[in-house]
Design a protein around this ligand. Structure first.
Ligand code: FAD
Length: 429
């Protein structure tokens, strides 16, 4: 006999655990199934081990989706303040690192423990190392009766009655039972929640399971790509970046209409750091990115004054007042001026301003899912209720968290989406 639950959630990550705790709090009989050997692995590794669990300022503009309004309702109904209250209830010490980003002072394990405790104290079960082999719908007895009724009606060719029976099918669909075949036996449920996340970091258990289930039930899955990932370069720039590896700069990075004021980091593969991760969500192959290396400096005034006060220094020495020696030498060569400041012409000064305020470079690619923090694209939200997260195509089926086509900026937004969508579905299943 299959084990029966009112709610089965596949995926013991941030969204799945929040959903489980919320549904169990309502008295639902809930189980979470996950193929991994530990729950909430991404919570554990997040924020460099300190979990950037939310942000003080959460707006729809912080999320990328083909359907930009979709995220608004859930984010309004479970806010950053709700999650902060939960963190405080568990006496977890936290701090604002930068730009509203809230991190645990001690360890992200405390957020994992909070989620685990919320599930446990409300009676939600969690079963790990559980491979899901198949998901199917089975007819409940009321549906079987309805189908029998249709057969009778069809044989009587009663058009108007046939219509009534069809309507009954629509309503009996409310009682769909899902049957899951798994490595730990068979399970059945009335509500099935898919919380299996995106494709980033496959070594942490990421799979395309959620997309497969979505397609099985007729949902569209929008093209996926790695997000919040370092950018790679080749040739001359890559060699230069290797020389400067480890140096970080506070800059302004732009791509198309998007601009981020954060740090970049030179690495042996190209560019990383928060500003680069942010812009990687918007960058498309072949596009340029533009970097203002001194966003808070009036470069023309600064270099003109320096030409007066220190005419005999070289440009790379002047640049070293803002950058390390290695970075200063590189940008002096990017400007293409190797002489002393007293030799600078107005054209040279214009070149310096142009290079330092709008350094335009063409990435070769992104580092990809191996290191990406998130997956862009996913289950199309057009066929999902923004209120309940239930499928419009299959009643009783829900999608939450990163598996959906909703991706947050860097800064705690992705967890806030997991909490909000998990909470919304948990209140409805
Ligand atoms: P996940 O947390 O990915 O959970 C999905 C679960 O489903 C996993 O437990 C997985 O094992 C399970 N699963 C997958 N496939 C199957 C299957 N076939 N069968 C059974 N189970 C399956 N966001 C922030 O807001 N702040 C941060 O500080 C932050 N840091 C991050 C650092 C890193 C290195 C990474 C990779 C991500 C980070 N993120 C951060 C993003 C954040 O972790 C995710 O957006 C969030 O975890 C998504 O939650 P989720 O529950 O939808 O999916």
């Amino acid at each position: 006999m299959p084990e029966h639950f009112e709610v089965i959630i596949i995926g013991a990550g941030a969204a799945g655990l929040m959903c489980a705790a919320t549904a169990a709090k309502r008295g639902k009989k809930v189980i979470v199934l996950d193929h991994a050997n530990k729950m909430a692995k991404k919570v554990l590794m997040s924020g460099g081990g300190r979990c950037n669990f939310t942000n003080l300022s959460i707006e729809a503009d912080n999320f990328i989706s083909n359907n930009p309004h979709f995220c608004k309702s859930a984010l309004k109904r479970y806010t950053q303040w709700d999650f902060i209250a939960l963190v405080e209830k568990y006496h977890i010490d936290y701090y604002e690192k930068t730009q509203g980003q809230l991190f645990c002072r001690e360890s992200s394990k405390l957020i994992r423990d909070l989620l685990s405790q919320e599930c446990q104290s409300n009676g939600a079960q969690i079963r790990l190392k559980c491979e899901i082999l198949s998901v199917e719908t089975v007819l409940s007895s009321s549906q079987t009766d309805t189908f029998k009724a249709i057969e009778t009606i069809k044989s009587e060719s009663a058009k108007d009655l046939n219509l009534t029976a069809k309507n009954q099918i629509g309503s009996s669909n409310q009682n769909t039972t899902f049957k899951l075949t798994t490595s730990l036996g068979a399970f059945t449920c009335e509500s099935l929640v898919i919380a299996t996340g995106g494709l980033s970091i496959p070594t942490m258990g990421a799979t395309d399971f959620g997309y497969q289930i979505a397609q099985q039930f007729g949902h569209q899955v929008l093209p996926t790509r790695a997000g919040l990932t370092p950018l790679t370069f080749k040739g001359r720039l890559l060699n230069a970046f290797k020389e400067m590896a480890g140096n970080a700069l506070q800059v302004q990075v732009s791509c198309g209409q998007q601009t981020f004021n954060e740090a970049i980091l030179f690495t042996h593969k190209g560019l990383s750091g928060p500003a680069i991760l942010q812009i990687s969500n918007y960058w498309q192959p072949g596009q340029a990115i533009s970097i203002n290396l001194l966003p808070h400096v009036d470069i023309a005034t600064w270099i003109t004054q320096l030409k007066e006060s220190r005419p005999d220094i070289q440009l790379k020495t002047a640049l070293a007042s803002h950058f390390s020696q290695a970075v200063a030498s590189f940008f002096a060569s990017e400007v293409g001026f190797q002489g002393k400041l007293k030799q600078l012409t107005p054209q040279h000064i214009e070149n310096i301003v142009q290079t330092l305020s709008d350094w335009t470079i063409y990435p070769e690619g992104v580092e990809g899912y191996r290191v990406a923090e998130v997956t862009l694209g996913g289950v199309d939200t057009q066929q999902i209720s923004s209120k309940t997260f239930e499928s419009a195509l299959q009643s009783g089926l829900y999608f939450i968290g990163e598996v959906l086509d909703v991706t947050g900026h860097l800064g705690g937004y992705n967890f806030q989406w997991a909490w909000a969508s998990g909470h919304a579905a948990g209140n409805y299943v």
